[in-house]
Every structure is written in structure tokens, then in C-alpha cells.
Design a protein around this ligand. Structure first.
Ligand code: ACO
Length: 368
């Protein structure tokens, strides 16, 4: 069976840092309150020179480099975002304009769950052989819609982008299971009113009106604790694996207490949970691909590892998936790429990369 392995990864965050100490000077809050209630210490904020496009392109170029590909090799670009630079055209086309190539390009909107939704949508494009290489980007610049006089929301969000390249393989790699869900009736607990084609009368009466993110934190918190655990468990079960098989949990980085609750449901020790929200806050659709990038670059993801991705957010929506890490079976040289999407059976497992069976056996013997 043809699968969609993750072969490239990249990330980008703005240079500007907003610390808890900075926020103490802006609203009535404290580093102690923010740290104990959320785990966040600082976040990156877009400046005038940054955009959803610029962050996406930096992350995408890095993902192409890691995969050893160029933009011309990509057949499809899917961008998950709720903060595109403009609505016409799509964010994906703006990214492609900078990257080059002629890949199909479209956006997907599922707020903070968007990246996992986009991997779930992008992977099947590879699976039946319709496309050989898909770029999936999760990006948001939500701080442009944050009210910096509202202490209950302005402490939470940061900006960023993360990207992955999906490539065809016949080995069991990439997304092994998918869980997607939404409770549309809960949309009012987290939304940006007055931003879209439906223009309320007030926007005409008050042309200076700027749409800001509204959130009912407690409702979102309760929802998040429930769905993060449930969706993560379902992703493991749908992949016919057990909690013992999970090597890493990469959760949406919104609140440390929500992450801890999800980890407890999977009985995972802290070292198997990737956490970076202390440095970036909640970067919405970028949160999971940035964490994935960091875990990969830190050498914490080995060939054959089982990685659970789980996210929640505006919608209210949620998404989870079990990803088998690694590039076994993927074409690595230009000739192979030209002639076939998938490495012939006889030429599988490139030098230096363990096969799935070897890697799982080694881990078992090592007690991992
Ligand atoms: N500093 C100091 N005090 C504050 C702050 C602040 N920044 N914000 C709120 N408070 C106060 C409140 O006013 C309240 O005071 P009161 O008791 O006098 O009324 C008190 O702290 C407790 O407020 P709660 O809202 O009950 O605090 P809680 O423990 O629930 O934490 C938080 C709030 C951090 C927002 C939490 O509810 C949360 O993380 N919710 C989930 C939000 C989230 O993840 N949203 C993103 C979703 S992803 C997406 O799609 C964008």
C-alpha cells in the first residue's frame, strides 16, 4: 500500500519577542499568573516586515532543503491557516508565487487543528498515486487579531509557521490513523467576529472597527481537556497500537495543564511529550509542525517511531493522528524520482536508515 512519509520539515517564527515581563507592563497580570495557569513565558510576534506569507515561505524552503527537493518537485501545496494575508487569492497561491513551481495550491481552515486536518487531507493525495509529493504548511499570525487590552487572551498567542513534505512510499510510514471532529455549535467560545464576507451593520457604522479574537477561556479549557485525551486515545486505537507503542506525543501547544491531561490519558512520561509553549505560546496551526520540527532536529524521532499528533481549537474542532516517523521506501535520488514514485522492492531501505522491523526490534531490546 502506498503511504505518505514525512521527508522534510521546516519552521519559522518572527524575531520579535514578547515576554511575560512585557505583558506585565501592558495589562494587569504577572509572570507568576501566566506561568502557573498556562506554562507560557514568551512568544514571538509579527512585526511590520513579517506576514503569513513570509513565515510560510521560510518554513517551506527549509522543509524542501531537508527533503532534498525543489519547489518544482512539489505537486500540491496545502496551507492550513485562519489568518491568510488575503482571501482572494489563497494563502497557498501566495506561498507558491514565492517558492516557484506549478503545484496545485489551496487553503484549509480549521484554526489550531488545521495542520493535522491538512496532513489528513494531503496524505490521501499521495496514497493512490495522484500526487507524489505534497507540501503541508501550518501557519498563523493571530496576534494581528489579539486585543492587547484583554488580559485573558493577549497572554496566550504567538505567531509562526511550520511545514512538512509528504512523499510516497510503500512502507508503513506517515499517517497511520486519523481522527477528525468538530462541535460547530461551540463556535462562539472562540472566534473573531466581523471578519469575513458577512459584514455586520456595525462594521459599516464604525469603519475603524478592527476585529478581535473573542474567547470563553473556561469553556475552551473544559472542551480541550476532554477532546485532546479522547482523540489521542482514538488515534492510537485506530492504528491498532497500544499506549506502550507510543514514542512521542506532539500536542497542540495551548496550555501546559491541557497537555498534561492528554499525556496522563496516554500514560506517557514527560520525556515522551514535546513541549515548547514556554517559548512560543499558542501559534495556532503552526504549533504542531513547529514542535515536530524541533523534535526531529533534536534527534528525538527515530526511523519507525510512533508519534501521536493531537490538536484542538476554534470550530470548536479537534484532530489527531498516529504518524509512523521515517523515510524508508522513499526515492532519494533524482533518477529514481523521475522514473517511479516508489522505490522498487529490491532497492528498499537506503544506506544508514534502519528498516521498520530493525528499528522496532532495536527499541524493544533496548527497553525503549
Ligand atoms: N492575569 C491575571 N489574572 C487573570 C488573567 C491574567 N492574564 N486572565 C484572567 N485573569 C483572572 C480572571 O479575571 C479571573 O479573575 P476573577 O476570579 O477575579 O474573576 C481569574 O484570573 C481566573 O480566571 P479564569 O478564566 O478562571 O482562569 P483559568 O484558570 O481558566 O485560565 C486560561 C484562563 C489560561 C485562558 C484558560 O482558561 C485556558 O487556557 N483556556 C483555554 C484557552 C485556549 O487554549 N484557547 C486557544 C484555543 S486554540 C485556537 O483555536 C486559537
Amino acid at each position: 500500500m502506498r503511504n505518505a512519509a514525512i521527508t522534510g520539515w521546516g519552521m519559522a517564527v518572527p524575531d520579535r519577542v514578547l515576554t511575560n515581563a512585557d505583558l506585565e507592563r501592558m495589562v494587569e497580570t504577572s509572570d507568576e499568573w501566566i506561568t502557573s495557569r498556562t506554562g507560557i513565558k514568551e512568544r514571538r510576534i509579527v512585526g511590520a516586515e513579517d506576514s503569513t506569507t513570509s513565515l510560510s515561505v521560510t518554513a517551506a524552503r527549509q522543509a524542501l532543503d531537508t527533503a532534498g527537493l525543489t519547489a518544482e518537485d512539489i505537486d500540491l501545496i496545502v496551507v492550513a491557516t485562519c489568518t491568510p494575508d488575503q482571501f482572494l487569492v489563497s494563502q497557498a497561491c501566495l506561498v507558491q508565487a514565492e517558492l516557484g513551481g506549478t503545484a496545485g495550491a489551496f487553503d484549509l481552515g480549521a484554526a489550531c487543528s488545521g495542520f493535522v486536518y491538512a496532513v489528513a487531507v494531503g496524505s490521501p493525495f499521495v496514497q493512490p498515486g495522484r500526487h507524489d509529493r505534497v507540501m503541508v504548511i501550518g501557519v498563523d499570525t493571530l496576534t494581528r487579531f489579539v486585543d492587547y487590552t484583554d488580559r485573558s487572551t493577549c497572554i496566550l498567542f504567538g505567531d509562526g509557521a511550520g511545514a512538512v513534505v509528504l512523499e510516497a512510499t510503500d512502507e508503513p510510514r506517515g499517517l497511520l490513523s486519523t481522527v477528525l471532529g468538530a462541535d460547530g455549535a461551540g463556535y462562539k467560545h472562540l472566534y473573531i467576529p466581523g471578519w469575513g464576507a458577512f459584514v455586520p451593520e456595525s462594521a459599516e457604522l464604525f469603519p475603524e472597527y478592527r476585529p478581535y479574537l473573542h474567547m470563553n477561556g473556561q469553556e475552551v479549557f473544559r472542551f480541550a481537556v476532554r477532546v485532546m485525551g479522547d482523540a489521542a486515545v482514538e488515534a492510537v486505537e485506530k492504528a491498532n497500537l497500544t499506549f506502550d507503542d507510543v514514542d512521542m506525543l506532539i500536542p497542540h501547544q495551548a496550555n501546559m495543564r491541557i497537555i498534561d491531561a492528554a499525556a496522563r490519558r496516554l500514560a506517557l512520561p514527560r520525556e515522551k511529550v514535546w513541549v515548547n509553549l514556554d517559548r512560543y505560546g499558542n501559534t495556532s496551526a503552526a504549533s504542531i509542525p513547529i514542535a515536530l520540527f524541533e523534535a526531529a532536529e533534536a534527534g528525538k524521532l527515530a526511523e519507525g517511531d510512533n508519534v501521536v499528533l493531537v490538536a484542538f481549537g476554534g470550530g470548536l474542532a479537534w484532530a489527531a493522528g498516529m504518524v509512523r516517523w521515517g523515510t524508508a521506501g522513499v526515492c532519494h535520488d533524482a533518477e529514481c524520482r523521475k522514473s517511479a514514485a516508489v522505490v522498487p522492492e529490491s532497492e528498499r531501505v537506503p544506506a544508514g536508515r534502519a528498516s521498520d522491523t530493525e528499528s522496532r526490534t532495536t527499541k524493544t531490546l533496548a527497553g525503549g
